[in-house]
Design a protein around this ligand. Sequence first.
Ligand code: HXC
Length: 257
Amino acid sequence: MEFIKVEKAYAKHVALIQLNRPKELNALNLKLMGEIRDSLKELDQDDEVRTIIITGNERAFAAGADIKQMAGKGTIDMWKVDQFSTWDQINKTRKPIIAAVSGFALGGGCELAMTCDMMIASETAQFGQPEIKIGVMPGAGGTQRLTKALGKAKAMELVLTGKFISAEEAFGYGLVNRVVPVELYLEEAVKLAKEIATMSPIAVQMAKESVKRSFEVHLEEGLHFERKNFYMLFSANDQKEGMNAFVEKRKPDFKGN
Ligand code: HXC
């Protein structure tokens, strides 16, 4: 990997993907995007990994797609490279993904963080969709995910002016789970990832799938989907382990089968 660092066992059952193009504020060039996509695919297949964290560095999570790489491109060039397969991969990864965000999360970087399942932000984090300032618009879900989180008026303002919002403001909109001092944002994300990793990975993945489903379908269909997943969990050993451990007053040891 050239532009990201991947640690499969950063903590017990927790993998870390760190964007590593610091001089360019982790601008997402094609190679970097491909590396995120491929490593997520691999981590999703690895039974030892139960939760995944994506992070950048203190100054930047990611300042968006690489403008220098895109500047001379035409429609067909952009279509051919299929950069959105990275966002598609995040979206279809079964394991929970936590974005640990500090500094700039802009354009494709904001969309990357918003496509993750949860977000821990440092108090220096700034979110925005500044594509309008360079003559384009968000392309990796910004107009949809930001609008769902912030509501129409505020999302419209951000998308049409390119203004940034602070971590505190993002927290107020429910875009991030919590805001912590800059020296703690990764630690806090790891703490959350480790806590989730102690649960049954099958139950976690089915619960994640059900929560995500609520964004796609009407309530009745979502409830039906949830119920099917609930029933399905009763065929896993983890369900017996979890319930027996409760009855026997001990901690469960989930094996993921
Ligand atoms: C390429 C970038 C970049 C980007 C920063 N850099 N963002 N290079 N693409 N998106 C580079 C700068 O050119 C500079 O390199 C170095 O990183 C440091 O950036 P500075 O601008 O000197 O830092 P600063 O003055 O602190 O300003 C930070 C900033 C600004 C506000 C984040 O860099 C900025 O506005 N960046 C662009 C943000 C943006 O428009 N993002 C949306 C991109 S479009 P050099 O070598 O010059 O010193 C997008 C579409 C997504 O994301 C579609 C889905 C993929």
